[in-house]
Design a protein around this ligand. Structure first.
Ligand SMILES: [Zn+2]
Length: 220
């Protein structure tokens, strides 16, 4: 692992527990990935490092699954000055928007995610890229958790962490009766005085509606 990779891990708070992932698997590691994107300038050197690894594959386009994967894919595409495309999960399968998919036909495409764990997002995006006529050349990720995904193409990444990943039937934490959560509880909401104006609007509206309802009640 390079120095840059350990810096990358410093950007991602990690928690241990019993978690249910989007792929349907259970595991004992949760990374607060959203924090990666709070300071784009801090992420930029890692994006550049990943882009330089991906450049060896002679790419025409980079495609990433919404949300985090698309942020990284777009930054990598900008770094390489190639086309960008995103995929989104619709009714259980990843799709590429028709207008963007035409940029993939006959092109060498990297599928990039922020983190590859079970691989469901990159594998689903790869299927969407192929459906759009693109040639999948390589997977890319800032971080790979657990065993690398087997998709018949190389997986370029900056850092790797061990991660136990189980089907629900095989999950030892389920067997032990440990409660699982889809994601860790969010931090407590900030006090009203610290909310930004858009967040305050619904409260102001609710207060105004309550007042007018009270007036109606009194008038009746
Ligand atoms: Zn479990």
């Amino acid at each position: 692992m390079t120095t840059g990779s350990s810096d990358l891990l410093d950007l991602v708070p990690a928690r241990r527990g019993h978690f249910a992932y989007e792929s349907g698997h259970h595991g004992d590691l949760w990374l607060d990935l959203d924090t990666l994107f709070v300071r784009p300038r801090r992420l930029q050197p890692h994006v550049a490092e990943l882009a330089s690894q991906l450049a060896r594959h002679g790419l025409d386009a980079v495609c990433g699954p919404l949300v985090g994967g698309a942020f990284v894919a777009q930054a990598v595409a900008a770094q390489l000055d190639v086309a960008f495309c995103y995929s989104s999960l619709l009714r259980g399968s990843y799709r590429v928007p028709t207008a963007l998919g035409s940029a993939l036909a006959g092109r060498r495409v990297a599928v990039v995610d922020d983190v590859i764990n079970a691989g469901s997002a990159v594998l689903g995006t790869a299927a969407a890229v192929r459906e759009a006529g693109g040639h999948l050349s390589v997977f890319g990720a800032l971080l790979v958790l657990g065993a690398p995904v087997d998709a018949g193409v190389p997986v370029e990444h900056l850092a790797a962490l061990p991660n136990a990943l189980w089907t629900i039937a095989d999950c030892p934490l389920c067997r032990a009766g440990t409660p699982s959560t889809g994601r860790p509880p969010e931090p407590a909401a900030p006090a009203a005085a610290t909310l930004s104006p858009p967040a305050l609007v619904p409260r102001v509206l609710r207060a105004a509606l309550a007042q007018s309802a009270e007036r109606f009640t009194r008038n009746e």
